[in-house]
Design a protein around this ligand. Sequence first.
Ligand code: IVH
Length: 683
Amino acid sequence: MTEKREVGKRIEELAAEIRRHNDLYYNEGSPEIADSEYDARVRELRALVEEHPDLAPREDPLVAVGAPLRRSKAFAQVSHRVPMLSLESLTSEEEIREFDQKAHRYLAVDVGDEAEAREPFEYSLEPKYDGVSASLLYEKGKLVRGLTRGDGSTGEEITKNLLAVQGVLPSFDAQKAPELVEIRGEVLIPRQRFEELAAEREAQGEIPFRNARNAVAGSLKRLKSEGLESLGMQFLFWGVGDLKGWQDLGSYSQLAERVAGLGFTISPLFTHGTGIEAVLAYHADLELRREELPYEMDGTVAKVDDFGLQHRLGRTAKAPRWALACKFKPRRATSQVLDIGLQVGRTGIVTPVAHLAPVEISGVTVQRATLHNFDLLAERDVRIGDSVIVERAGDVIPEVISVLISERPRDSRPFDVPETCPECHEDLEKEGAFLFCTNIDCPAQIQGRIVHLASRKALDIDRLGRKYVDQLFDAGLVKTVDDIFFLQDHREELLALDRWGEKSYENLVRELDRAREPELPRFLYGLGIRHVGRKVARDLAEAFGSFEALREADEEQLIEIEGVGPVVAREVVRFLESASNRTFLSRLEEAGVRPRSMEIRAGEALPLASQIFVFTGGLETMSRDQARERVESLGAATASGISKRVTTVVAGSKAGSKLDKARKLGLEILDEDGFRSLIEGLE
Ligand code: IVH
């Protein structure tokens, strides 16, 4: 192939790829690659087209912002009153300086404003949030609708879902409100909350989220908004679209202050500084503190603060000339794939994992990286022996994001998609991009099920964490889940194992005795039935009152219960009816396991139904988990942050900014005593 043909081919290839990723990001809400990877492709395409303008792609993905909209059945397509532009991502110091110089040149040459052009710009500075953008239209202080970004000029109407996001106000003080304003910002799930959610999701046997942004994108496109509140999504302001009113405002900083005064959240890291040096210094500092922040960011956004200057600078086809985004260096490194292994989870999900030559990425030694699933493995064509780029995004497991094809050794070996389970050798089944081992007796699944049954939120047996369960399996003391309840009969064998002594044996026996009479919701959750998380477990327990009654229920009866849909009902019945689970349950009975019965509450409106509680500060007489469980069992939901929809805030000792915010919003605030008397009166 001639060089020119090769370049042409590469251009079309990149254009097609970018279009696909635009579509995944904007339309599907499920991006498959990191932003930095996307940006690298855009840069490569732009450079090639600049050099060979005659080879510009037939459908240029860089001309349109975002993806051409596909007709979505679920949400109405609505035009933004002012388009949602994006910003070009700059990565090097030179690029950042050049942006500033270009803007000054533009003012001097094109606008003819030499005096202004000589003065350094005052920049407002804030993090670039790594979330999903949304635009909220308010008329006279009332939310009219909320839109996704879509293709930049038209978005999808997701108002109901957005109302479940903390910081999205249904209305604000009409006195202070402008005639009309499009409030724009980013929806995020704080890092810590995301980790909790990821763990809950795993516990429920759901397909794992790829990362926090993905979780937000998917959640905002849910067809039902019920339950979205509990995800703890937050809205952070970063700008306005259309604005009628507030003509006294002269700068973005003043605007941000006014918007904060209405109750929207502005980053505490918001500041301003003079000249491009201030931008560079802020960016360098933010990059160092990146890990300390409660949510994911991927860089800095700097805006020329003065509205007059913004107006004179204007915009290009795609981005404003007055704002720049500087991206952080990706937390990436190159390593070699020594092997590809398989991990079998509790639910039988089989995940390919790359074993890597140890490599340090921002202070952490990485030796394993997930390949997510077999479709992605095939698409990225990762082979044993390959040099690969590994990225750590936040605190999630590092992932292999691409292969350095030019460095592929001759003897690199593709990984064959397994047909059988690496642990039990039974056939695997494909479900979407995922493979599952469906053998309920698979040892890897059994180990996972024991760890889950013994976990803190289920039967809470201290000595049965992952390490000990592995040890007990290796020693042959446990082969099935119910075997744990016979461990007291193996005193001698246990005492012969590492890290076991008389005391730990006695502790285990005591904990097992306690676990033989579990609360029903904990027991049901601990069984690890697919889609049965803690909330469904509680709904089931409250509807049936006893395990025996639940075992007799059929799918129709289950579907009648609030919070239980057909998918959950089917899984519950399937679980209880399978032959091996029947054996398992009767063995539990033999071992003396009797879940406690409880009062039936279904049908009655629970006393705290439709209330939302937030706990802040430390409680003395119970843990926060216990407090949450108690209000949830009375029908309330709990949230992690303050918003107008929160009904009650329980403030323990050392309650901080949440309490201040609750006071500002005039929410009901209870101290620990007040809280106890409330729930004790209702329980
Ligand atoms: S300002 C005219 N500020 O990044 C566009 N955007 O590439 C003004 N983003 O569309 C955008 N944090 O989705 C701005 N602090 C921030 C941001 C931010 C995240 C997103 C937003 C925007 C994209 C720009």
